[in-house]
Design a protein around this ligand. Structure first.
Ligand code: GRF
Length: 194
């Protein structure tokens, strides 16, 4: 734990692959004095991820790691997490499946945000499938990460209504809005309860 602004804060890591809008919302929230955490590192498996630029701009240590099945690389990540005293790993648009041994070693300390009301619509293209199935509601889910895709224990969910006017783009916008709202708060809640 690190003492910041007279308050004790836990270090977290955010793993990304792309745009980084969730990363941005977590940064914003974490800068508020009342939060229980600080983003210590950002790791991307994509060297071109826009989120890396956000991290750089905010002077957050950031790494590009070419995740493969190689245990050597996994060990490299684990060392970075250990060295930085990371209490929680938050996946935010991280498009790579983490190696099983990695999940096992960090069990209970990795969470993810998924743009659907899990257990419905695991995997990709959630909004497209939601529309095809004429769903009345969709939303987002924050869950623990286990070895199965989008299947870990659910921590928090929020719903949004789908109207007749909605399309894939408008649904994505609505869902992202609530993602940005609930992810930073849920991380705070999890860490405040430690
Ligand atoms: C979000 O919709 C998140 O739920 C999903 O990937 C998207 C990432 O967006 N896992 P961003 O990179 O945070 O903007």
């Amino acid at each position: 734990m690190k003492k910041l602004d007279g308050k004790l804060k836990y270090n977290i890591a955010v793993f990304i692959s792309g745009r980084g809008s969730n990363l941005k919302s977590i940064i914003r929230y974490s800068l508020k004095q009342k939060t229980s955490y600080k983003i210590k590192i950002v790791i991307s498996n994509n060297p071109k991820a826009k989120g890396l630029l956000i991290a750089k701009k905010e002077k957050i240590k950031n790494y590009y790691i070419n995740f493969t099945k190689s245990k050597k690389l996994g060990k490299k990540v684990l060392n970075i997490l250990k060295k930085n005293n990371i209490k929680l790993v938050c996946l935010a648009g991280f498009m790579k499946i983490l190696p099983k041994y990695f999940i096992k070693l960090y069990e209970g300390k990795i969470i993810n945000i998924h743009p659907s009301l899990l257990p419905k619509y695991k995997g990709l293209n959630t909004h497209k499938r939601v529309i095809e199935n004429n769903e009345k509601y969709t939303g987002c889910t924050i869950h623990h990460v286990n070895r199965y895709l989008d299947s870990g224990k659910i921590i928090f969910q929020k719903k949004v209504k789908i109207t007749k006017k909605d399309n894939k783009k408008s649904i994505e916008k609505k869902v992202l809005k609530i993602e940005h709202e609930i992810y930073p708060k849920t991380i705070d809640k999890l860490l405040s309860n430690l």
